[in-house]
Design a protein around this ligand. Sequence first.
Ligand code: ADP
Ligand code: MG
Length: 620
Amino acid sequence: MGKISIDIRNATLIKEDITVGIDLGTTNSLIAIVEGEKRLPVCLRDGGKAIVPSILHFADDGSILVGDAAREKLVSDPRNTIYSIKRLLGRSYSELSAHSGYYGYRIVEDESGASVRVEAKGRHYTPVELSALILAELKQKAEQALGKTVSKAVITVPAYFDDQQRQATRDAGKLAGLEVLRIVNEPTAASLAYGLGLSPDEVRTIAVYDLGGGTFDLSVLRLEKGVFEVLATRGDTYLGGDDIDRSIAQFWLETVPGAELLRNDSHAIQDLRLSAERAKKHFTGSTETWRHTLASGQAVFVLELSAEQLADICKPLIDKTLQITRAALKDANTKPDEVVLVGGSTRMPLVKEAVRSLFPEIPVRDNLDPDEVVALGASVEADILAGNRRDILLLDVTPLSLGIETMGGLMDVMIPRNSRIPCSAARQYTTSVDGQTRLQISVYQGERELCSENRLLGRFELQQIPAMPAGLPKVEVRFTLDADGILRVKAMELRSGVAQEIAMEQRGGLDDATVEKMLLESLQHARSDMDTRMLLEAQQEGKQLIYTAERFVVKNRGLLNEDEIARTSMLCNELEASIASGSKDEILHAVDRLNDYTRPFAERLMDQAVAIALKGKTIE
Ligand code: ADP
Ligand code: MG
């Protein structure tokens, strides 16, 4: 009991499900489980190493290396060695282009502009696919170490990740064959690893200082009755241990005689960086000057770094983290009761001292391995979600997702299943028809994409919305789930303040078996549900476009000639026919054709509006 058993035969995986915690890091990724009667979290080790560098290498023969093996290719094949994938997740090209110089590989824009792609060996990969490769490697390693299948996971993300980035992380998990029970904030996981937040009557404020390889995050958490609330989060997505390495390498280039010649030699620079990292790590546990001879071609260089020199080099960087920390505490408008140190770079005594001097009166927790804390905490959360910690009553979760019906009968999830309660979520909707004065809100519970396959909890109508053009009303729908599982749904038109609210019980007679059955069905139908969803979305988009195009023609007849009106009407009819009987792709093609044809009309309208405005007339 208590030890990780390794199934030497390894041929058949024992069919026993284990829920793991995964820290999908920018630099390093780890996987952890909770084991034994004491429910202690441990990181899974592979030959003594728990860490998998978040690096991929794509080789000529189509093979893909993950982790340490890929890291070695950073020097020899930088164009096909992909690192820092986490920075790309859920991001658009325009959001990243400012830092494109940072990446040694090619980042390209995809057709929609919504996401980026990474080019390696002539193929394009999405960040979700790349992250999935890392997750799949972790999953496989865990299965080998445990001799059991691993299919459920909790994955951590930085507290500042937005919905899109969280969704991208979830998708990556799914693609890697994992059921992602929950996406958890990294600072929350770190607190859980220290056992903070596990007792019911605890009320505390915690500052989590996370200095990793490439990023710095400071989060202030309010912990009350098992609920973690992020009061403030600040950081710098381009500040971390790598910058220290770069600064040390820079220092050598400037001070070691003859070293400036290495500047244009990318191999030598990479070597210098790796030496810099080794020198930096040497000072964890020693204050003696570090020495190393580096051979490059014919030349030999003696690299030296003293503790004082390192302190000088690190000072501006550490000061910056302290500045960010002060700003975050100001945002949170509170004083923390304790500080938790996270991330490999907090091993540095210089960093520990700096943080201690900023918080002289409160405990600074650093006794767990800072590389591992996030994964350990994720596994604690995983264990709770798997139902192994019946003692923690307050960490109650919703058994099934809660959402409302949107266009075409689709389920729009507001509170995902396994969300800890109490909780609350809000989203804005609008009308699809001009002058619409009512909006029906139907609340469902379940995991299927179609509301008709889920369970109707209740429905009401928001009335007396002032008549406005389609798309203008802002209707906020807010779900509030209290500790007893009572769901309150409130809809409010924000421009007018018209509001309506109902309460319903979310469990409502659902026994465990029913919940399980609903979950199982959602898994079995995941693929066809996805297809149905995409078809319905295409149909909806088509209908909306026909509505807009027809309205445009009616309102702006003067701008168009007979031919144009006839052709628009023909394209509308074609689109209508494909909505009635076509596939998703056929509909989207018809949408494109109509869009392409009518786009110049809108420009004409704009030109005319500008011309009228220039004449000093007002536009209706
Ligand atoms: P991430 O969260 O970005 O994946 P990690 O938390 O794994 O990153 O931190 C990686 C960083 O920690 C690297 O820059 C590495 O050089 C640094 N690091 C690891 N061990 C030490 C050490 N003993 N001293 C200083 N820095 C260290
Ligand atoms: Mg990290």
